[in-house]
Design a protein around this ligand. Structure first.
Ligand SMILES: [Zn+2]
Length: 143
């Protein structure tokens, strides 16, 4: 069963077992406070599943962004503690967030990612006392 709320994407899968490629479905979910990505496909009638943690491989992540939408995390109020917010951003499981540009830039511009990534990050930031909102970006990339 797929958690539709975080989005999913059809992706081409190169197959080691047979000569043909396959079309797989990749999706992201949140388990135990970590992001898990899952790839499901079928080869010669047998279901095959691959998965990993914290950040989807780039081609899968991009497919999810393209097919399920890009989301943005707005932080209208960082709360009382910048230290707590920074810690939430740097904690394991959200390693894809680039904090090198500085906290203010992140808070001003919002943080862009997949729905699952930002939902996970929103939970962490709320625990740190920030006020956050995850919104779907209306504008398509390059459009
Ligand atoms: Zn195959």
């Amino acid at each position: 069963m797929l958690p539709m709320d975080f989005g999913q994407a059809d992706v081409p899968v190169a197959c080691d077992t047979c000569a043909e490629g396959h079309t797989g479905v990749v999706y992201e979910t949140i388990i135990g406070g970590r992001l898990q990505w899952v790839l499901d496909y079928e080869c010669e009638g047998s279901p095959i599943e691959a998965f990993g943690w914290d950040r989807s491989p780039d081609e899968y992540r991009q497919a999810i962004l393209d097919q399920s939408g890009t989301f943005r995390l707005d932080v209208p109020d960082a709360g009382g503690s910048r230290v707590a917010v920074l810690k939430a951003l740097r904690d394991g499981g959200v390693a894809w967030v680039d904090v090198a540009g500085g906290l203010d830039a992140l808070l001003d511009e919002g943080i862009v990612g997949t729905c699952a990534e930002l939902s996970l990050l929103a939970t962490r930031l709320e625990s740190a006392g920030a006020t956050v909102a995850v919104v779907r970006r209306a504008d398509a990339a390059g459009g």
